[in-house]
Design a protein around this ligand. Structure first.
Ligand code: ZN
Length: 274
């Protein structure tokens, strides 16, 4: 049995979890609550842009864990694919500017394509930005998404597919993200976590609500749903992973409430259920 967490040293919160807050408000809120890590979503780089965000973050003492998100590589035209590659290069530059060592990739999919074609374009897209990532010193993590998003958010839906893609790309700069929300149902999850090994670049947590009232914005706080988060954390840590545990919750319900209170609830749920 995996022991419960006893302190907050590995806790990281995604700015999307406290979406109504600006970056500065998130940084202040997390710092006051003793949360040591932050993953920044690109929309929270606005309105000041990455240079201003870098100043806010550097002065805060928070550990910047990653930038979310790059990806969305497939497109119907070559021009579209090139635009996506350029956008990913910008994301890599932004990550480097704010001191994030990692860009998480939500890889994309085009509904009219076969999943194989989308995956082919994803692999080609990552290969195209890899030299840029390496030069910037920013790693890339392929995040498999739950298959309910296979039509237009990601054609990478299992950790096995993400591992296969990382193996094809064969670069120390490409790994995977394990997000319990997307992967908890997979009968091969333990095996694929073991296979990913040192390629696990980040670990995301929240919970799966029953019923789920919205496919995108009804994620639960840890302990509110059916995911055996601690068991999955145990599998991840058996690979040697000792990195941050990132709370990423998209929830219209939580976003409509008090964000300071939400951060407090996250801290409680983190020790009790992660
Ligand atoms: Zn995630």
């Amino acid at each position: 049995m995996t022991a419960p967490l006893t302190d907050y040293s590995r806790l990281c919160i995604h700015t999307m979890t406290t979406k109504p807050w600006s970056l500065r408000e998130s940084v202040d809120g997390y710092t006051k609550a003793g949360v040591p890590g932050v993953t920044v979503w690109r929309q929270h780089l606005d309105p000041g842009g990455p240079a201003e965000a870098a100043k806010i973050l550097q002065g805060s003492g928070l550990r910047v864990v990653s930038l979310c998100r790059g990806g969305f590589f497939p497109a119907e035209t070559a021009t579209g694919r090139q635009a996506n590659i350029e956008d990913n290069m910008r994301a890599i530059d932004e990550a480097a500017m704010i001191g994030a060592p990692l860009v998480v990739l939500v890889c994309g999919a085009i509904p009219k394509f076969s999943l194989e074609e989308s995956r082919k374009q994803i692999t080609e897209g990552i290969a195209a930005v890899l030299p840029h990532a390496e030069a910037a010193g920013v790693r890339l993590a392929i995040e498999p998404l739950h298959p309910m998003y296979a039509d237009d958010r990601s054609a990478v839906n299992t950790l096995e597919q993400a591992n296969d893609m990382a193996a094809t790309l064969a670069s120390p700069w490409v790994g995977v993200t394990v997000d319990v929300y997307h992967l908890w149902w997979d009968p091969h999850l333990e095996r694929e976590i073991r296979r990913a090994g040192k390629n696990i670049f980040s670990f995301h947590v929240c919970d799966w609500r029953t019923p789920t009232r919205d496919l995108l914005n009804d994620r639960g706080l840890m302990g509110e749903g059916c995911i055996k988060i601690r068991q999955i954390r145990g599998w991840v840590e058996a690979t040697g992973y000792e990195g941050p545990i990132e709370v990423e919750i998209f929830s219209s319900e939580f976003w409509s409430g008090d964000q300071t209170e939400l951060v407090d609830r996250i801290k409680g749920a983190y020790l009790t259920h992660c």
